[in-house]
Ligand binder design. Structure first.
Ligand code: HEM
Length: 444
């Protein structure tokens, strides 16, 4: 069997391998290795073999894999103390598949239609707090708005109206408990991990009370919490409170930073290309009608393409990973059992064999007649691909489009300073602060 070529350039230290290069700028290293070896190569980091698969063919090979061939469980084990016992990556495959089904049900299109008025209401309330004119850090602002919306649509009115502050503080502690160390040693005794574990217990206790109150009062709501409370495993068991809470935490982790980052880049790129794109986006808003509802959101195709283009240029998840459970064949190469495979949404978004002028911002590439994203079945990985493709994609587009539809209708905006660069030190990669924009409220 022929193994993929091993990348040995740059700083390699005995035992650590390419760890220093990898930890300081993993994308730079992957780009260089791709230039040297092509679309498949292996890097040694801390004794582990990381095998990178790049380009439409290799990505397709990865995306077609079953869970018993490529596993998420080991690759994402850092999430177990965050989501709690028996939830997602701590559950066996059968239970995990059932849980993923519950998540799919809670985020399908009809459910999302019901969340739209809530998203619009949250945006209206949030932007009412802005003055007639001013300068804001748009990344900070949108992260605040997105967690309020998540609180309302996912966790329900009780949390949104009474417990939002507590839940967002606990979420912030969980978030800080997810450090680079946690990736390699999720239970290593550091203060951030102790605080994380306490915060998760408090979160469970808080949701337990809300669940008990709903059951006692026999009240039902249109939110994700209700879907998980009502869900039943095939064996007839209901989800205990800690599993309901764990799934909600998992959704917060999957959706909060990714959506804040993508909505911020959408605005930052839009304003960086103000003259070309803003008049067309404003025109589209006039065309789709006065009310921002699910129907109007579906008709905002240029805004949709603008979000996709921001995501292509700057995906918040720069890698997705799987552990190889059985030797895997790709072209002439065998990727041995035990390797961790890395796929990169960042690299996939900038390939000249997939995209025309990949480094320029051009939303029209996503629209007819070009539709460059359709050229290959797995050419673009902004939302991942295959059986574990993002389940929140529709929710994310609706939320981001609602926010920017509201802003375009109600404010004139311009960028303050050049486009920020991406912050590769964060686990979910966003723009470096400050991300300032100047706004003036439109007189309607
Ligand atoms: C999975 C990206 C928003 C829920 C994924 C994956 C990517 C991704 C790349 C694949 C991970 C992998 O293969 O290992 C994004 C981006 C978002 C976004 C860029 C925003 C622009 C959301 C939101 C939610 C969500 C808002 C929920 C409300 C999920 C879930 C999975 C997932 C549950 C796991 C699916 C599975 O393992 O079967 N997302 N996501 N995402 N996402 Fe998203």
């Amino acid at each position: 069997r022929k193994l993929p070529p091993v990348y040995r350039e740059g700083l390699h230290v005995p035992l650590l391998g390419a760890a220093l290069q990898f930890l300081s700028d993993p994308l730079k290293m992957a780009r260089r290795a791709q230039d040297v070896h092509g679309d498949i190569f292996t890097v040694y980091v801390l004794g582990k073999r990381l095998t990178f698969m790049c380009g439409p063919d290799a990505q397709e090979n990865f995306c077609r894999a079953r869970d018993d061939e490529l596993s998420q469980q080991q690759a994402y084990k850092f999430s177990v103390p965050l989501f709690g016992p028996g939830v997602v990556y701590d559950a066996d495959l059968e239970k995990r598949t059932e849980q993923i089904k519950f998540v799919t049900n809670s985020l399908h299109t009809t459910a999302i239609g019901q969340y739209v008025p809530m998203m619009v209401d949250e945006a209206e309330k949030y932007f009412a707090s802005w003055g007639d004119e001013g300068v804001v850090d748009i990344y900070t602002a949108l992260a605040e708005l997105i967690i309020l919306t998540a609180s309302r649509c996912l966790m329900g009115p009780e949390i949104r109206s009474e417990l939002h502050k507590e839940v967002s503080e606990l979420y912030a502690i969980l978030d800080k408990g997810c450090t680079p160390i946690s990736f390699f040693a999720p239970y290593f005794p550091i203060p951030a991990h102790f605080r994380r574990d306490k915060a998760r217990r408090q979160m469970v206790a808080l949701f337990q009370k809300v669940i008990e109150k709903r059951r006692k009062e026999n009240k039902r709501y249109n939110d994700v919490l209700q879907v998980y409370m009502d869900a039943t495993y095939k064996n007839g068991d209901k989800l205990p409170a800690h599993e309901v809470t764990g799934l909600l935490i998992a959704l917060l982790f999957a959706g909060q930073h990714t959506s804040s980052v993508t909505s911020s880049w959408t605005g930052l790129y839009m304003l960086d290309n103000k003259k070309d794109i803003i008049p067309k986006l404003v025109e589209e808003q006039k065309k789709v009608g006065k009310v921002i509802d699910h129907e109007a959101i579906k008709n905002m195709s240029l805004l949709h393409a603008t979000v996709s283009e921001a995501l292509r240029m700057q995906p918040p998840l720069i890698f997705v990973m799987r552990e190889v459970l059985q030797d895997r064949q790709f072209k002439d190469y065998t990727i041995p059992k035990g390797d961790v495979i890395f796929l990169s949404p960042s690299l996939s978004g900038r390939r000249p064999d997939v995209w025309t002028n990949p480094d320029s911002f051009d939303p029209f590439r996503f629209l007819e007649p070009r539709e460059e994203h359709r050229k290959f079945s797995h050419g673009w990985l902004g939302f991942g691909g295959g059986r574990h493709r993002c389940l929140g994609e529709h929710f994310a587009y609706v939320q981001i489009k609602t926010i920017w539809a509201y802003l375009l209708r109600n404010f004139e905006m311009e960028a303050v300073g050049p486009l920020p660069s991406p912050n590769y030190e964060a686990l979910v990669v966003g723009p470096k602060h400050p991300c300032l924009i100047r706004y003036v409220r439109r007189k309607l």
